[in-house]
Design a protein around this ligand. Sequence first.
Ligand code: HEC
Ligand code: HEC
Ligand code: HEC
Ligand code: HEC
Ligand code: HEC
Ligand code: HEC
Ligand code: HEC
Ligand code: HEC
Ligand code: HEC
Ligand code: HEC
Ligand code: HEC
Ligand code: HEC
Length: 398
Amino acid sequence: MSMSEHTRAAAVLLVTAGMLTVWAGTKPHPALDGKACDACHGEMLKRAELHSPVKDKQCETCHEVPASGGKTALTDKPETLCFMCHEKEKLASGNVHGPAAVGGCVACHDPHGNGRKHLVVSEGAELCLSCHEDMKPQLAAAKFKHKALEAGCTPCHSPHSSPNRFFLKAGTEALCGGCHQGVLKAAAGPVKHSAVKEGQSCLNCHEPHVAETRPLLRADGVSTCLKCHDRVQQAGGTALADMKALLAANPDHHGPIREKDCSGCHEPHGGEHFRLLKDDYPKEFYAPFKAESFSLCFECHDAALPRDERTTTLTDFRDGDRNLHFVHVNKTPKGRTCRACHDTHASISPNHIRTSVPFGKWPLPINFTKNANGGTCAPGCHAPLSYDRKKTSPQENR
Ligand code: HEC
Ligand code: HEC
Ligand code: HEC
Ligand code: HEC
Ligand code: HEC
Ligand code: HEC
Ligand code: HEC
Ligand code: HEC
Ligand code: HEC
Ligand code: HEC
Ligand code: HEC
Ligand code: HEC
């Protein structure tokens, strides 16, 4: 038995032992002198929200009090007393909460009623935290707390038992999805992410109670993803890059990844776009130019980048005033997509220029070098070409 199991077992015993001392009847009861219980215990019946048999003055279903006075006792053992009228099947079957398992019903319920709904001895999280004291400092210190906790613990946990682990009211996806319909809707979109359904479902990435990272993530917004993307994953017959290895091998990480945010570009739950992207981005190596088809990049970058044929301000990728983004990208039908030159996640070369591009089965080399006023590419696409931003009369580029 581990230390914490000892503590838990001790807690169950304490709950039970505490009840038994009261239930055994500690003081001798005075003689009844022919009076009904409520003649002397009438105050009890004035409480709001009385337990039904108490309201009906059925004291004797639960208590044995000798008419001549003396030792009082309960009519049954605490483990079974309540099941005289309440179905054990409903309250204590499957995965059963410690106190409910040992009939510690009165640890949470006043058997008579005390003015609170469901006869509970205290309300919301307070009831649970009165025993689960170890969670108090955790909740108090938490940077981010799940808003669901404002309604206590029972929106998710049954206080008694359930077929699910930790007496959860439903399986993870249904439980969380019950309040987060929007997420289920996204997950049902045309591009799916198996992480939402498989393994621990939502809990693959989220904490249920508190977290150090928004929104309730188990780790930062990159590590959360690399937990699974630390190997090649298969998506509909395509082998996806091992992202952890890719980031380790290419030290110059794209801005959002440096900021620990894969979801700057990806929908973690599922969505409309290729590769779970948040917005449009062409699937193919070549695409007829339309600014909207690069919406993803232009959420953060200037959409004018490939717009104007001549510029001295829009981009540094120019020869004199000839915009080389325009030259390569702004073409129909065979405009180059950004991936022809840039690595979206990380690179070794500056400006996230790729070392090579997968062109069919051939990794087409780019051989990019940079200098103060421009750079040179010696790619497999054309003869080595240089660009020079300071140039005043640019030569025609292909
Ligand atoms: C003549 C007055 C009188 C009558 C009638 C009476 N009681 Fe009591 N009862 C008392 C007193 C006085 C105490 C002790 C006060 C205390 O400790 O709260 C007591 C205590 C109790 C206790 C607590 C025993 C314990 O060990 O702490 C129970 C249970 C109880 N009564 C049940 C009943 C039931 C059930 C009836 C009806 C069958 C009943 N009483 C009728 C006066 C009465
Ligand atoms: C559903 C079962 C049940 C019924 C009905 C019931 N009791 Fe109790 N009663 C208990 C249990 C269980 C305890 C021990 C509570 C504990 O350990 O906290 C108790 C404790 C008591 C006590 C001592 C502690 C206290 O709460 O004051 C009194 C007095 C008492 N009952 C009186 C009554 C009277 C009078 C009635 C009828 C009006 C009645 N009970 C009806 C289950 C019942
Ligand atoms: C003599 C039968 C009987 C016994 C014994 C009994 N109950 Fe009840 N209980 C009822 C009835 C009747 C109701 C009202 C109908 C319902 O909600 O199921 C009720 C309702 C309740 C409720 C719900 C109150 C609400 O407002 O939702 C709780 C909680 C409860 N009982 C707890 C207990 C506990 C704890 C015990 C054992 C200490 C116990 N009962 C023993 C008959 C009993
Ligand atoms: C850990 C605290 C706790 C324990 C132990 C506990 N309950 Fe409850 N019970 C609650 C709470 C809280 C509710 C209010 C319903 C909810 O929020 O899900 C409740 C509701 C109920 C209800 C009414 C609603 C329902 O779910 O049917 C009954 C009846 C009931 N309990 C009986 C019992 C009995 C009998 C036991 C002992 C086997 C017991 N409870 C043990 C906390 C507890
Ligand atoms: C009377 C004390 C008590 C109260 C009140 C109580 N618990 Fe517990 N709870 C326990 C004990 C004791 C265990 C340990 C049982 C075990 O280890 O098997 C436990 C276990 C649990 C577990 C399983 C933990 C695990 O690691 O397996 C959950 C979940 C839980 N409680 C939730 C709640 C919730 C939610 C509430 C409020 C509705 C609550 N508890 C109120 C005593 C309590
Ligand atoms: C939004 C739903 C939700 C709410 C609200 C909630 N829980 Fe949980 N709880 C869970 C889920 C889901 C797990 C399982 C976590 C896992 O598998 O890692 C869990 C696990 C637990 C456990 C066992 C594992 C652990 O973390 O120690 C305890 C104890 C527990 N909850 C207690 C509570 C208490 C006490 C409250 C109220 C303060 C509460 N929970 C509120 C969903 C919830
Ligand atoms: C009883 C309803 C309820 C349940 C069940 C529930 N949540 Fe929530 N959750 C909320 C509310 C309310 C908010 C705050 C409003 C919002 O962002 O929708 C919230 C917010 C969140 C957030 C955003 C937090 C942030 O920092 O913006 C995440 C992530 C989350 N929940 C995950 C989960 C997971 C995972 C589960 C299942 C273990 C779950 N929720 C179950 C009600 C619930
Ligand atoms: C693969 C990891 C992962 C899984 C699995 C996952 N989430 Fe998320 N979730 C995230 C990330 C990352 C964010 C932040 C997204 C952002 O910032 O745009 C998020 C955001 C959220 C939010 C707040 C924003 C929003 O989209 O509403 C909620 C609520 C939420 N998730 C609930 C869930 C629920 C419920 C499930 C299970 C059905 C789930 N998540 C499964 C990673 C995940
Ligand atoms: C629990 C494991 C797991 C986690 C955590 C996870 N993924 Fe995935 N991911 C997968 C698997 C497995 C695939 C392969 C396709 C599938 O099964 O959905 C995948 C596929 C993908 C795809 C390609 C989808 C396609 O079909 O084109 C992207 C993009 C992706 N994940 C991004 C992320 C991001 C971003 C995160 C973090 C927010 C993340 N993943 C977290 C397991 C995971
Ligand atoms: C700046 C936007 C952006 C960010 C940030 C980003 N991605 Fe991507 N990701 C993309 C784009 C665009 C694609 C499609 C690339 C392609 O097909 O050329 C993609 C593709 C993927 C793929 C599929 C790779 C393959 O081999 O087809 C995975 C897996 C993936 N991303 C995971 C992640 C993870 C994990 C993170 C965080 C470390 C992340 N992404 C951050 C834009 C981004
Ligand atoms: C969520 C915001 C975001 C998205 C979406 C995004 N980027 Fe970026 N990008 C950044 C940030 C932040 C930087 C770093 C800027 C800095 O360091 O000054 C950056 C830097 C770059 C750089 C290097 C710029 C330089 O001066 O070296 C290139 C190239 C680039 N992004 C291309 C892309 C492409 C292509 C896409 C679409 C597939 C894209 N970005 C989508 C935020 C984003
Ligand atoms: C033919 C190769 C090529 C293509 C295709 C390309 N870029 Fe670039 N890009 C470059 C080069 C080279 C630089 C570095 C210019 C410099 O600093 O000398 C650059 C620089 C950038 C920068 C840094 C700011 C600037 O303009 O100087 C951003 C942002 C950027 N590219 C985004 C994109 C986006 C978004 C796409 C797709 C719409 C794209 N690029 C397509 C080669 C390309």
